[in-house]
Design a protein. Structure first.
Length: 65
């Protein structure tokens, strides 16, 4: 997910998307533990997407105050 897309979301949308991404990351990690997934770089990409969303979310929350 690109930064431009994330910045276009509202705080509520970001919170919702963040919860979805975290669930997907848990699923990927579980699948990888049980049997190696085809592309393990997906796990790294999900973690980075979550970090981007959290960063932009905190920036938006600070500017609202």
């Amino acid at each position: 997910m690109k930064v431009v897309d994330i910045k276009g979301m509202s705080v509520a949308e970001l919170n919702e998307k963040l919860a979805i991404e975290r669930r997907e990351l848990q699923q990927l990690e579980l699948q990888h533990v049980l049997s190696p997934i085809e592309n393990p770089m997906k796990i790294r990409q999900k973690r980075r997407d979550i970090a981007r969303m959290m960063t932009i979310l905190s920036q938006k929350q600070l500017t609202e105050k």
